[in-house]
Design a binder for this molecule. Structure first.
Ligand code: PLP
Length: 383
């Protein structure tokens, strides 16, 4: 239809003009390498922090499950899609996170779209860290609750907002990334947990980038040697676990509520059996090889130290460049040096904070991490 194509064309032209148009690039991955346009690049843009997506035991488990149970689940979990592998994965996730139960969703994004509206509605209050992942913002919006953002990492601001808005609301939820996806820093979970207790506000952490990497592999609520009481520990199986799917670890009552009220759980097909089998095998590595799971953070620290950046707190290290054009140029420079480091632009990050986001994995050789840091330094000095 003419008006439809005109609409799309005008939107795209505006995005082109601001250098904000995006398009997926065909990328074949082979361990830490990525192949694009016939070039082999060392990738620092992959969230496969433990390289488990290609681990032989993980791949073998997926292949065996495909042979035994087939390639797909066939329906939603409440119909016939609840194949036998789910039980073990949910038991393992709950044990790892120290909760009574767990519930696996189709993806991390779907998890937050289901969890948040199942817990909060128009009578309720939701506080969000302003830099929380898009799916937390989307879940909060979908809930119809009153939503307020507090300044990034600022528990004192969250307290101010609770003092103003908590009274008169039936229930309250505080939601935050545990490890921030574009900044790599950690949420002030101990302070937020205290606020949660004081104001009867339920704390939800999105541990997409924490599981398998920090807290001895158990994630952000276990980092710095202390377990913080987080009643809603959400996350994804798509980063360090190397596969796909989202989860919530919580009390038995909350998990049972999700299974009967979270719409993205009820109205979406179950994950394919090979995906669940792969996640179970990946958890075997995470739990069984803590020294290996510690490597991505060690590499990130090495890189940050080489560039005199603040100490890395996770496997993610950002180098803020500022405007979009400069970020694209920096990415291109690194590509010419043999590295794949994708530029991150608004709206993924706030305007004026376009950046290079470096993601470190267990198998990146130290020498390459140092060569990367030297290349970044060279580029920054040239600007
Ligand atoms: C913090 C955070 N939460 C949720 C997600 C979404 O998870 P998934 O890719 O499993 O949908 C991501 C990344 O994709 C993320 O970075």
């Amino acid at each position: 239809m003419r008006s439809l194509d005109d609409f799309a064309g005008q939107k795209l032209a505006a995005l082109d003009a601001a250098q904000l148009r995006r398009a997926p690039v065909v990328t074949a991955r082979d361990g830490i390498w990525a192949e694009r346009d016939g070039r082999r690049l060392l990738s620092f843009s992959c969230n496969d922090y433990l390289n488990l997506s290609q681990h032989p035991a993980v791949v073998a488990a997926a292949a065996a499950a495909a042979v035994r149970y087939g390639a797909g689940a066939g329906s939603a979990r409440l119909v016939t899609g609840n194949h036998p592998l789910y039980e073990e994965l949910e038991r393992r996730l709950a044990a790892l996170k120290g909760t009574e139960a767990a519930c696996v969703f189709g993806s991390g994004y779907l998890a937050n779209l289901g969890i948040i509206p199942a817990l909060a509605g128009p009578d309720d209050l939701i506080l969000l860290d302003e830099l929380s992942h898009a799916c937390i913002h989307a879940g909060a919006k979908l809930s119809g609750a009153a939503v307020h953002s507090y300044r990034h990492g600022d528990a004192a601001h969250a307290e101010e907002l609770l003092l103003v808005h908590r009274a008169g609301k039936a229930r309250a939820l505080i939601a935050t990334d545990g490890v921030f996806s574009m900044d790599g820093d950690l949420a002030p979970l101990a302070a937020l947990s205290q606020l949660g207790r004081r104001f009867d506000a339920w704390l939800l952490t999105d541990d997409a980038h924490g599981l398998g990497v920090i807290g001895g592999g158990r994630g952000s609520s276990f980092s710095n040697g202390a377990a913080v009481d987080v009643p809603l520990q959400m996350g994804t199986l798509s980063k360090a676990v190397g596969g796909y799917g989202g989860y919530l670890c919580a009390s038995r009552a909350v998990i049972d509520l999700m299974r009967t009220r979270a719409r993205s759980f009820i109205y979406s097909t179950g994950l394919p059996p090979p995906v669940i089998a792969a996640a179970i095998a990946a958890l075997d590595v995470i739990e069984g090889e803590p020294a290996y799971a510690a490597l991505p953070l060690r590499k990130a620290k090495l890189f940050a130290r080489a560039l005199n950046l603040p100490e890395a707190q996770s496997a993610i290290v950002p180098v803020i460049v500022g405007n979009t054009e400069a970020a694209l140029k920096a990415s291109e420079f690194l590509q010419n040096e043999g590295f794949l480091v994708v530029a991150i632009r608004p709206p993924t990050v706030p305007a004026g904070t376009a950046r290079l986001r470096f993601a470190f994995t267990a198998q990146h050789p130290d020498a390459e991490v140092e060569r990367l840091a030297a290349a970044v330094r060279r580029h920054m000095l040239r600007r």
